[in-house]
Design a protein around this ligand. Structure first.
Ligand SMILES: [Zn+2]
Length: 436
């Protein structure tokens, strides 16, 4: 099928999805999910809607092959974060196409991918294609942006047999970037863990009009904040980032030098890739006295801490010791969240198929593994089905990582319509290649 036709149909479907307001909370994803259900049923899919809450359903659309074989899931969430229309150049729920871009909340995260996956699969189904064996499943879910309690988490826990898979494609990677005169596409193979904690300093209360009467706990945090502002580089290199550096022709044994070269290429690129390499400590909240005229006997900073996949609390303790040194001694450290990051192997048939497609459709370009500093619904599938190879990949050739990353969750979210055709072509081809 000519890629222009796929692009036109993907633009249409993406516009319709953006016009369904699915800001979460509250989500209200039912109209978007039902629209996708009709679209895929008309193309020949068997469809089923599964819901923990009536207004927030999930869709499983299946095309079966003959007998046992690999199951490929194309995953996507249809909910979005909020948008303040006053900050946008175009209405965030219009799906307007202007200047070569399709505008709207969800145009990059991730109604774009949902539309591309659906159009590619529907085009194959309508022309009579079926998997040789196994199955193709499109799984479109609610509730990713607030954690998946009625979306992917619920679906994998409550109906594992309906969504069990060997290979999965989801969000989290695929934007291209230039390095060393070559275009690279990141394939997201892992996601960082979250180890949030509180740092608390103690002192003695007193009247604020007599500053020397007490022992001000808040002031004890000043050098701590200064140290957090001047953090040295952190390196806890896991498989994905090591393969990333090798893919860029850099030595994983000297990540500091590699980062300097990435910075020389473009400082914005360093900002986006450096968190992959180690533990990040980001102070985001503070509290101290509850009264303006009382010297606080207790003051607290809350730290949002992200840890490379597979690593745990020891890595965080190492990082705290490295950044704070003796300053950490008098502080109480209390973890409030401990989630170990998840990942899939970087060596797989799925990875090789993605690499082959990129070299065939963007000659001279290469793929490299990347890890997501946040997390996505891939986590629930990796937890439920440990054998499953799950990657984030939506190839964007024209709108680069540096262009796209600042628009996600921000005003004027938009996608280059040429990339809608490019990505839909990718899903169309990869489904055929993986399932025969
Ligand atoms: Zn998303």
């Amino acid at each position: 099928m000519p890629s222009e036709d796929l692009q036109g149909e993907t633009i249409e479907l993406l516009r319709e999805l953006i016009q369904c307001n699915t800001v979460n909370p509250p989500g209200n994803e039912r109209p978007a999910i039902e629209h996708l259900e009709r679209y895929l049923r008309d193309a020949g899919f068997e469809t089923e809607i599964l819901a923990a809450e009536p207004d927030r359903p999930n869709l499983v659309a299946t095309l079966d092959g003959e007998g046992d074989g690999p199951v490929l899931v194309l995953l996507g969430h249809v909910d979005t974060v909020l948008a303040d229309a006053g900050e946008w150049r175009h209405d965030p729920w219009s799906g307007e196409v202007t200047d070569g871009f399709l505008w709207g909340r969800g145009a990059l995260d991730m109604k774009n991918q949902v539309a591309a996956e659906a159009v590619a699969a529907a085009a194959l189904a309508r022309q009579g294609w079926r998997p040789a064996a196994g199955a193709l499943k499109l799984v479109f879910v609610s509730d990713e942006e607030t954690g998946g309690d009625v979306g992917a988490h619920w679906l994998t826990a409550t109906h594992p047999d309906k969504v069990r898979c060997d290979m999965l494609l989801n969000e989290g990677g695929g934007e291209s970037f230039q390095f060393g005169g070559r275009r690279h596409y990141g394939v997201c193979c892992a996601e960082k863990g979250i180890f949030r904690f509180n740092l608390t300093a103690h002192g003695v209360a007193g009247h604020a009009s007599l500053p020397r009467t007490g022992d001000n706990a808040l002031l004890k945090l000043a050098p701590v904040l200064a140290a957090l502002a001047q953090q040295p580089e952190s390196f806890e290199l896991t498989d994905g980032p090591a393969a990333f550096l090798r893919g860029l022709g850099q030595d994983p044994g000297d990540p500091s030098a590699a980062l300097a070269r990435i910075e020389a290429e473009d400082p914005r690129l360093r900002t986006l890739v450096e968190p992959m390499f180690g533990v990040t400590l980001t102070p985001t909240m503070t509290s101290a006295s509850t009264k303006i005229n009382v010297i606080p006997s207790r003051a607290q900073i809350r730290i949002d801490c992200r840890v490379p996949p597979g690593l745990g609390e020891e890595a965080v303790q190492r990082r705290i010791a490295h950044v704070l040194g003796d300053l950490a001694q008098p502080l109480a450290i209390e973890f409030t969240e401990r989630v170990v990051g998840n990942g899939s192997t970087v060596e797989s048939e799925l990875m090789r198929a993605i690499e082959r497609w990129i070299s065939a459709h963007d000659p001279g370009a290469a793929t490299v593994p990347v890890i997501l500093p946040g997390f996505s619904d891939s986590r629930w599938f990796r937890d439920a089905f440990p054998e499953c190879v799950a990657y984030g990949f939506f190839p964007q050739r024209h709108q680069t990582l540096l262009d796209a990353a600042p628009l996600v969750h921000n005003a004027d979210e938009r996608i280059d319509i040429r990339d809608l055709g490019f990505a839909t072509g990718f899903y169309f081809d990869i489904i055929g290649e993986l399932l025969g």
